[in-house]
Design a protein around this ligand. Structure first.
Ligand SMILES: [Zn+2]
Length: 259
């Protein structure tokens, strides 16, 4: 008999069942969220670059290559959802530890919640997963606008799926409601998502002592210099730059499609 093994010692599972975490352990879970943010920032950079490349390809009529990018972006959407689910589960567990609620067998609880979240995600239709994703819609819209600058984008997805209809975004205005000229350095209302030229909206806010109603007629949203109210729209700025570059090509060299 090996006397190092105590027959009455609890098994690993029993030990895990009976662990009580000190509240400060929750802080360590919190630290790992910073890593999530870093990964998410990297994904965003990759996303923006994919969008630029796709718009260039559309200009060059290389449609088949765009669908490859689109497929990659659906994987990116899946990956973002996966990160989001993991963060939600860990936040929930951290909160319970912080409030000294019992969290028995932490790894098992994590696995169980994780499996459940995956099942819910995988049961979703393509429409729900991708065509309701604002970034994915933004991508489709940017590519669409290359060839159809004056036409609203049709609804995304086929008609045979019977869940909620996802409508295409209505035609975007490139005119600043204040200057009545093409937007320059576009800024966007964080809540109402209306656009204005940077100089014009900043001057308007200053003239009104720091707070002003959105200048789009019918919109009552209050705007200030705070990022909670007003943010630069980098995506739209890139789109406008692309449109300007295309217009220039057409003007100077009699641009024609080459098939
Ligand atoms: Zn507005």
């Amino acid at each position: 008999m090996d006397d190092a093994i105590d027959p009455n010692a609890p098994s690993l599972d029993e030990q895990l069942e009976n662990i009580r975490f000190e509240p400060h352990v929750a802080d360590r879970i919190g630290v790992s969220f910073n890593d999530f943010e870093t990964v998410r920032d990297f994904l965003k950079i990759g996303w923006d670059q994919a969008m630029d490349v796709a718009c260039d390809l559309e200009t060059l009529n290389k449609t088949e290559l765009i669908s490859e990018i689109e497929t990659s972006l659906t994987h990116l959407v899946d990956y973002q959802a996966l990160l989001h689910d993991q963060k939600t589960i860990m936040t929930d567990l951290a909160t319970r530890i912080r409030h000294q609620q019992p969290v028995n067998n932490l790894p098992a609880q994590y696995d169980q919640k994780w499996e459940q979240a995956r099942r819910v995600y995988e049961a979703k239709s393509a429409k729900t997963k991708y065509y309701s994703n604002p970034q994915f819609v933004e991508f489709k819209q940017a590519v669409w606008d290359i060839k159809h600058p004056d036409e609203p984008m049709p609804a995304l997805g086929s008609d045979d799926e019977d869940d909620d209809l996802v409508v295409g975004r209505t035609k975007q205005s490139y005119i600043c409601p204040i200057t009545q000229l093409t937007l320059e350095e576009p800024y966007m209302g964080s809540v109402c998502r209306h656009h204005y030229s940077k100089e014009a909206i900043h001057a308007l806010i200053r003239r009104n002592h720091g707070r002003v109603e959105c200048p789009v007629s019918g919109c009552r949203q209050r705007l200030s210099m705070s990022a909670a109210d007003l943010v630069p729209d980098v995506m739209l700025a890139r789109k406008l730059a692309r449109m300007a570059a295309m217009a220039e090509t057409q003007d100077t060299s009699g641009y024609h499609d080459i098939d």
